[in-house]
Design a protein around this ligand. Structure first.
Ligand code: SF4
Length: 238
């Protein structure tokens, strides 16, 4: 799997390779079980039930990193943050910042398009209770390392949604040779780390746990996305 990830010459080849990965037995079992059992409200829909590749602009200036696909969101639609409540918040904010052409993302063929932006999950298969193990995080890291390596020449801002994504992203950037400070900077909402041309920005994850409780508000998410868009030189012209 490491060889496949590191040896993929382009993002489409990498996307195809990751789509058939079966390196984590627990996650393979869970993603496929969910895809067969389904949620009742989606019973008439086919589920993707496989790893979710990165998605968006191959020459992105902004990268958005999430934790892992939702069981009935990305694991159903096959596109990261598509078809779940976290995605509703995320895509609305991306649209307001000029980084997505539509404010919603409901299905892989819904016409949504990211503007100079790409997104990926630190762990590419839906985990039980949205909680991958450290071993699963480490097993999946070569996919992110390979993807970010290809994006890095154009990247100017990277938004980590939540502490898990923050740690994963800084780990990837360190392995790719960027001088990540030691000890690693602490995660927080709107925390920033300058790594040469790249600005890493932390954001609370737009999970219902955060949005329902008011821990993350729309203005707070807008603050982060506007910072990323400004850094990337991406304006609100779609
Ligand atoms: S989580 Fe990552 S490494 Fe594990 S099976 Fe899915 S794609 Fe492969």
């Amino acid at each position: 799997m490491r060889r496949l990830a590191a040896g993929s010459p382009t993002l489409p080849v990498l996307d195809a390779a990751v789509s058939v990965c079966r390196a984590c037995p627990r996650l393979v079992s869970w993603r496929e079980q969910v895809a067969v059992e389904k949620r009742r409200s989606f019973a008439d829909q086919p589920y993707w039930g496989r790893p979710i590749p990165g998605w968006g602009d191959d020459h992105a200036a902004v990268l958005v990193v999430g934790l892992a696909p939702a069981a009935h969101g990305g694991n159903r639609t096959g596109r990261i943050f598509t078809g779940d409540r976290s995605g509703d918040w995320l895509f609305a904010a991306l649209h307001r910042a000029g980084l997505a052409v539509q404010p919603t993302s409901t299905a892989a063929d819904d016409g949504q398009r990211l503007v100079r932006t790409r997104m990926l999950a630190a762990v590419r298969c839906a985990p039980p209770a949205n909680a991958p193990t450290p071993a699963e995080r480490d097993t999946c890291a070569p996919w992110a390392d390979a993807e970010v390596a290809m994006l890095l020449p154009h990247l100017r801002a990277a938004v980590a949604l939540g502490a898990f994504a923050w740690q994963s992203l800084l780990g990837t950037l360190g392995r790719l040779g960027l001088e990540v400070p030691r000890p690693r900077p602490r995660f927080g909402h709107a925390a920033v780390v300058e790594l040469g041309d790249l600005l890493v920005i932390g954001s609370f994850h737009p999970s219902q746990q955060n949005t329902f409780t008011g821990r993350l508000t729309e203005p707070m998410l807008d603050q982060v996305m506007d910072l990323a868009a400004t850094r990337a030189g991406a304006g609100p012209t779609l």
